[in-house]
Design a protein around this ligand. Structure first.
Ligand SMILES: NC(=O)c1ccc[n+]([C@@H]2O[C@H](COP(=O)([O-])OP(=O)(O)OC[C@H]3O[C@@H](n4cnc5c(N)ncnc54)[C@H](OP(=O)(O)O)[C@@H]3O)[C@@H](O)[C@H]2O)c1
Length: 235
């Protein structure tokens, strides 16, 4: 990206979880402005009570019109987004294929995929114009799905395919932008470790390490990361 860090703005979609707060801290340390988006004003206020300089935006990211309004506000108030980090998640599973329910699949589709579908379309032009970055967190379950997590793996696979399609769009439009999947098995944070000190969390990625990987995308050459699947590493 050519703009200096001081003039960059990153949208963190799904900002109230530990991973959203960790990413926001890293971005602010780097001097990147943050628009923190969540569906609930009270949860956003609680998550960001101790962090100054964050533009908190309440938006249900499953609502196409609300996301279009959000993108217009970001363009008006910040000049546009230089990055869109999609952290909206959720998990539902069963014991096997026959216990995957349509209700759970619908929940996963809406929360995991539809939120990415809406945000990436609404922010695409801003990101393309500004040589921006879009990244979402994929899962090792895509490459190694199990019967128990079949719906989750299928929806995460759709996330990967969508990010690849966005990458092809950026390349076709000759934008210096990049669309990237960052892959984890599972996430862990300090509160989880404190609650279960006896547990080792094998293969989990610490939210601080995920944040470091995501922030590194800002300074990676677009041609190297556009369409890539990057391992976030183990914490
Ligand atoms: N946790 C893991 O072990 C794991 C494993 C593999 C991949 N991942 C991926 O890593 C990313 C981060 O995971 P996470 O566990 O930190 O995420 P998460 O807690 O499941 O979701 C992040 C935030 O998204 C917000 N959100 C949910 N629905 C929303 C909506 N309709 N509109 C706006 N915001 C909404 C929630 O905040 P509000 O409810 O306050 O809006 C929530 O705090 C996700 O993409 C997840 O799929 C996580």
């Amino acid at each position: 990206m050519s703009a200096s860090d001081a003039h960059r703005t990153a949208v963190v979609a799904g900002a109230t979880s530990a991973s959203g707060v960790a990413l926001t801290r890293r971005l602010l340390e780097k001097g990147v402005g943050v628009v923190a988006v969540g569906s609930d004003a009270a949860r956003l206020a609680a998550a960001y009570a101790e962090l100054d300089g964050v533009d908190r935006q309440v938006c249900d990211l499953t609502d196409e019109a609300a996301v279009a309004d959000l993108a217009a506000r970001v363009r008006q108030d910040h000049g546009g987004a230089d990055a869109l980090f999609h952290l909206v998640g959720g998990w539902r599973g069963g014991k096997g294929i026959t216990t995957q329910s349509a209700e759970d699949y619908e929940f996963l589709h809406r929360t995991v995929f539809l939120t990415l579908f809406n945000t990436s379309r609404a922010f695409y032009d801003q990101l393309a114009d500004r040589g921006g970055r879009i990244a979402a967190v994929s899962a090792t379950a895509v490459a190694r799905p199990t019967a128990a997590n079949a719906s989750y793996a299928a929806v995460k696979a759709s996330v990967d395919a969508w990010l690849q399609a966005v990458a092809q769009g950026f390349a076709k439009d000759e934008a210096e932008a990049a669309s990237t999947a960052v892959v984890v098995k599972a996430l862990v944070d300090d509160a989880m470790r404190a609650e279960q000190p006896e547990r080792s969390f094998p293969g989990f990625t610490h939210v601080d390490d995920l944040a470091t990987t995501l922030v590194s995308l800002l300074d990676s050459p677009a041609a190297e990361i556009n369409g890539a699947r990057i391992d976030a590493g183990r914490g």
